[in-house]
Ligand binder design. Structure first.
Ligand SMILES: *[C@@H]1O[C@H](CO)[C@@H](O)[C@H](O)[C@H]1NC(C)=O
Ligand SMILES: *[C@@H]1O[C@H](CO)[C@@H](O)[C@H](O)[C@H]1NC(C)=O
Length: 290
């Protein structure tokens, strides 16, 4: 009995240590980055929507990539996509010279949640998060109205009195000009398959809190985190940011909402997570308004 337990444990341990399985949940529009192993010869992708297909995304020595880009050399080589979409959900497999699988990386994409504050009279920009304008639909839900502003890239807003000529479409974003109280609420961006790409909550404010400088640095000083730690953790912060953003920037009253983050006392990992999430929210606000 005892021996069988030991053997089982040993078996479990060896499985654990020999297969390199990894996964990541990314908010729509974030960068997907995969470190290429030193002896990787190719990177294959199997989409989650169609597991019977396999695409060759990168091959050693070939300059033209069928998808994504490669930067760095040697052991610091990485393949990346600037803005991840639902089509990039699936399994990324690296193979060596003998076509043997050396790593498997699963990617899941979640809707992005933004919280933006605008001053009356400003423009609100809703990023397309990597989808084409022709595939984008934007609806607004608030106390003043529940309307579709853009459908498949075309402005429905031109038929609405309150929105006439206030909605402008661009290649990277949709702009709502001259915002005011009636524009407060949730903006839901969907792709052609009607999947939610992002939910942006907009509230009016009488002024923007930060003025110039680096908002990340100012925030770190405010939180009393020494700059040294910041440099050490920079990689981690940005990795974490992707994960925490999805849970932290959730909104209380819309459809696809995740659980609120767990609270833990200071000194516990949860406290660190809380700070990191705070960073991502603020960074995001600055991203959206700059
Ligand atoms: C916003 O709305 C308020 C009240 O409706 C109005 O007084 C104000 O002038 C508006 N601001 C802008 C910038 O249009
Ligand atoms: C829009 O929908 C929301 C929630 O479904 C509701 O609370 C709000 O009153 C609606 N607004 C209008 C103008 O009907």
């Amino acid at each position: 009995m005892m021996w069988s337990v030991v053997i089982l444990l040993a078996a479990a341990f060896s499985v654990e240590s020999y297969t390199v399985h990894d996964h990541e949940r990314l908010a729509h529009g974030r960068q997907l980055k995969i470190f290429l192993s030193k002896n990787a010869e190719k990177l294959e992708f199997t989409p989650a929507d169609d597991p019977s297909k396999t695409f060759l995304y990168w091959e050693k020595g070939r300059l033209r990539m069928s998808k994504g880009r490669v930067s760095g050399t040697g052991s610091d080589r990485r393949w990346y996509i600037d803005k991840v979409t639902y089509e990039d959900q699936g399994t990324y497999i690296q193979r060596d010279f003998w076509n043997k699988e050396i790593s498997t990386f699963k990617v899941a994409v979640t809707p992005r949640h933004n919280y933006v504050k605008c001053v009356a009279g400003e423009s609100l920009y809703i990023s397309l998060e990597g989808i084409d304008l022709a595939d984008a639909s934007l609806s607004f839900s608030g106390e003043a109205a529940n309307v579709t502003l853009v459908r498949d890239g075309a402005r429905m807003s031109q038929d609405l009195v309150d929105y006439w000529d206030r909605v402008q479409t661009h290649s990277m974003n949709i702009e709502i000009r001259n915002v005011n109280f009636s524009d407060q609420g949730h903006y839901i961006l969907r792709n052609r398959r009607d999947r939610v790409v992002s939910v942006t909550r907009m509230d009016l404010t009488d002024h923007h809190e930060y003025t110039g400088g680096n908002p990340l640095m100012a925030l770190l000083l405010l939180l009393g985190i020494p700059a040294g730690i910041c440099c050490c953790c920079r990689k981690k912060i940005f990795k974490k940011k992707a994960n925490t953003a999805a849970t932290l920037q959730t909104l209380p009253s819309t459809g696809p909402v995740g659980p609120s983050p767990p609270y833990s006392g200071p000194g516990q990992p949860g406290a660190v997570r809380l700070h990191l999430s705070f960073l991502s929210v603020c960074l995001h606000i600055s991203d959206s308004t700059s």
